[in-house]
Design a protein around this ligand. Structure first.
Ligand code: MG
Length: 376
């Protein structure tokens, strides 16, 4: 029986993890769950249904028959509970502190919260090397493909990108929020979906891959693959490329991370080879999607810069969703913040990350206001 802790249990990853667990009776035990204050009714229902030992929420109060943690530190308390694996399905850099708490407690982390690595960088990897199993579909694919050879035989990691909602759209200036929230192949939370449309998500994933697998940015590529069946690839020095594929469904990588090093029966539907398939690949148009090069540049400067990239993006996406800036202004906001902030190097501790993010958010808010003034 794998003892599982789920952070962000009411979000997209958390809900699907619980579905995998429910579909495999006797294989997993849910020790504890935590979530924000957005859907306390669902959190309560999950706690009862899975008979957890403890539950945590950022809400100030929560009425439940089991041990309850509330407030800002709740997810850290839950992350440190004794278990076999902690699934971190929190969205945003607020997921970093619980990742560190889980690692400090000696727990294995199934990481869906890419911001932990983007904002924490070496701070996380110093504690987490060999103890983080990726849940992001691309990184799960690379992790699996890396089992085919030695690390020093890898020549390149190739991340696939669906290309987001606008991969085939030339003019991105007037894109509405509803259009950006409509992802062609993946069903995800709103922030991740916008990040997917700007390709900021792929930028974050390149950074995530760099830290997770300790591979230089010059050896990490990304390619558009609209069908999202081949989740990523590893190219070896002999010219051979190993890919991992399955129809797009997050339950595959979630189940792999939860049951690692074993596999879960029927976690996801396999490719149907009785049907004809066509899988396309094309290079990313980096002019139309400047987020990729910007993420690389930030990456070369270290995690204080990538934390800045991420925090500025969070502010810009929020401003876009509220109708304050245009879709095509999201990445320029990040670019201006990076140029003004001049962050570089790795954070020494969580306080360094919190401070650099605060600076980035303040700068981003100022730049958003400038964009707004220029228009009016
Ligand atoms: Mg991904």
């Amino acid at each position: 029986m794998q003892r599982i802790v789920i952070l962000g249990s009411t979000g997209s990853i958390g809900v699907q993890a619980l579905e995998v667990i429910a579909a495999n009776p006797g294989r997993f035990e849910v020790v504890a769950i935590s979530a924000g204050s957005g859907n306390l009714a669902l959190l309560h229902e999950q706690a009862e249904r899975f008979r957890v030992k403890a539950v945590g929420t950022t809400a100030d109060s929560f009425d439940c028959s089991v041990k309850t943690f509330t407030g800002a530190a709740a997810s850290r308390e839950i992350a440190a509970m004794e278990c076999d694996v902690v699934i971190n399905g929190i969205t945003g850099s607020i997921g970093l502190a619980p990742t560190l708490a889980a690692l400090d407690a000696g727990n294995l982390v199934a990481l869906a919260n890419k911001e932990s690595l983007v904002a924490g960088g070496e701070l996380v990897m110093r504690k987490g090397r060999g103890r983080i199993i990726p849940v992001d579909s691309e990184h799960s694919a690379i992790y699996q493909a890396m089992l085919a050879g030695r690390r020093d035989e890898i020549s390149k990691l190739i991340l696939t990108a669906s290309g987001g909602a606008f991969r085939d759209r030339e003019d991105l200036a007037g894109v509405t929020v509803d259009e950006a929230l409509n992802h062609p192949t993946w069903s995800m939370g709103p922030v991740v979906t916008i990040n997917s449309a700007t390709l900021v998500n792929k930028g974050l994933e390149i950074i995530e891959a760099h830290y997770l697998f300790d591979i230089p940015y010059s050896q990490i590529d990304a390619v558009i693959h609209p069908q999202s069946v081949i989740h990523s690839m590893v190219e070896y020095i002999d010219g051979s490329t190993i890919a991992q594929l399955s129809p797009p469904n997050m339950k595959g990588p979630i189940a792999y991370a939860m049951s690692h090093p074993h596999r879960t029966q029927g976690a996801t539907r396999p490719v149907d080879w009785s049907q004809a398939h066509r899988w396309d690949f094309r290079p990313i148009d980096t002019e139309r999607f400047p987020a990729i090069s910007l993420a690389r540049t930030a990456g070369e400067s270290g995690a204080l810069a990538t934390a800045t990239f991420n925090a500025a993006n969070e502010v810009a996406v929020d401003a876009y969703v509220k109708g304050v800036i245009a879709f095509t202004e999201i990445v320029p906001v990040i670019e201006s913040v990076l140029a003004t902030g001049d962050a570089h190097g790795e954070p020494r501790d969580l306080a360094d990350v919190v401070a650099i993010e605060q600076t980035a958010r303040t700068l981003a808010a100022e730049i958003v206001a400038t964009f707004q003034r220029e228009r009016s």
